[in-house]
Write a protein that binds this ligand. Structure first.
Ligand SMILES: Nc1ncnc2c1ncn2[C@@H]1O[C@H](COP(=O)(O)OP(=O)(O)OP(=O)(O)O)[C@@H](O)[C@H]1O
Ligand SMILES: [Mg+2]
Length: 344
């Protein structure tokens, strides 16, 4: 006998009992190991007050067909179910007391100039009159201390660490605590813990903006940051090349997915400026950053040239915004800082 016939026979057996009370039951469908029935009436003859009409029908069907696991009322309102992974992964987000806004500088791909942008952007925001902090969230490869030529170690007030003040901005980095050339070989949870401490156990004071330099990609540091603090925005740095742009999509996608607004895209190494004649050459596909920003419906913040002075500035611990504050390169960063300021 087919499963359907067995279920129907079981229902035929129970129906006369239900009909004595004016009730009825009919088979609607069998879906896998679940039987859907439509039923009416009460269960005056139920052996226990705790048993419902559905329980009695279910017992009868299961007795006849042990392969059936549940019986559902086809007319019942679906029970509200929490989505899988229902606990809010961001309920731990807490602002940093005194810090008005937090902006992350991110990229999908490594080596596109995030740290260069983060340092110069922080200095440009300072130049625009803001009180600025700079957090180096690259635990594996912190580069902010060398980009700002900081050799001091942060001091503690007994409870929290004091950030190091350089060029008027307040800086914290894992690099302050590591010996140079010692690779960090930590696993994810340790990275997360270390980053949380760099965020929470620091006397940031009152800041208009904390700029966070992220490591490349969409890994533990990114996740920790978005889960730990409410970000006001993420700035995505890319080069104009196609390979980097694929990763831009991924980075924008990640921030959008976790509810962090993408402030905009910066195209770094956009074009080459000849140090001798200042002629501009489009070495890569200039304009790629603008295109992807339009495609992904996020803002475009500006182009930064591939420029010897910018590279040398960061590599020698003298960022261009302080080394040549009135030059064209610094102006590119200042114009981006203005756009970001207007979103804060
Ligand atoms: N606009 C630029 N012009 C010239 N050189 C640049 C420019 N931007 C970055 N660089 C140089 O490129 C190198 C990589 O830059 P940076 O360290 O800022 O990249 P990153 O994206 O932070 O790298 P990582 O992914 O490793 O953190 C550095 O040597 C830096 O000086
Ligand atoms: Mg970096």
């Amino acid at each position: 006998m087919s499963l359907e016939s067995k279920v129907k026979t079981a229902l035929d057996e129970i129906r006369p009992i239900l009909q004595q009370d004016g009730g009825d039951v009919e088979l609607v469908a069998i879906e896998g190991k679940t039987v859907l029935v439509r039923m009416q009436g009460a269960c005056s003859g139920c052996p226990s007050a705790k048993l419902t009409l559905k329980d009695v029908i279910e017992d009868k069907i299961k007795e006849a067909c042990p392969e059936i696991e549940s019986v559902q009322d086809a007319d019942a309102e679906p029970e509200p179910q929490e989505a899988p992974g229902h606990s809010d992964p961001f309920e731990g987000r807490k602002p940093i007391p005194g810090v008005k806004s937090i902006i992350a500088v991110a990229s999908g791909k490594g080596g596109v100039g995030k740290s260069t942008v983060a340092v110069n952007l922080a200095l440009a925001l300072k130049k625009a009159g803001k009180t600025v902090g700079l957090l180096d969230a690259d635990i594996y490869g912190p580069s902010i201390p060398s980009m700002l030529a900081i050799e001091d170690k942060p001091e503690t007030d007994g409870e929290k660490l004091n950030p190091i003040k350089k060029h008027g901005i307040y800086v914290m980095s894992m690099g302050f605590f590591l010996e140079t050339d010692t690779p960090v070989i930590w696993r994810g949870p340790m990275i997360m813990k270390a980053l949380e401490q760099l965020i929470r156990d620091v006397n940031w004071g009152v800041l208009d903006c904390l700029v966070v330099d992220l490591p490349p990609g969409t890994g533990d540091a990114q996740l920790t940051l978005v889960q730990t603090v409410p970000l006001n925005g993420a700035v995505i740095v890319t080069t104009p090349s196609d390979v980097a742009l694929i990763d831009v999509r991924r980075a924008i996608g990640m921030f959008s997915q976790v509810g962090v607004p993408v402030t905009g895209v910066i195209e770094n190494m956009s074009y080459f400026v000849c140090p001798h004649c200042n002629e501009e050459t489009d070495v890569f596909s200039r304009g790629g950053g603008k295109k992807i920003a339009a495609e992904m419906k996020v803002g475009f913040l500006g182009e930064i040239p591939l420029d010897q002075a910018i590279g040398k500035g960061t590599d020698q611990g003298n960022p261009i915004v302080v080394a040549d504050p009135d030059g064209a390169q610094a102006r590119a960063f200042l114009s981006i800082a203005d756009k970001i300021s207007s979103t804060l």
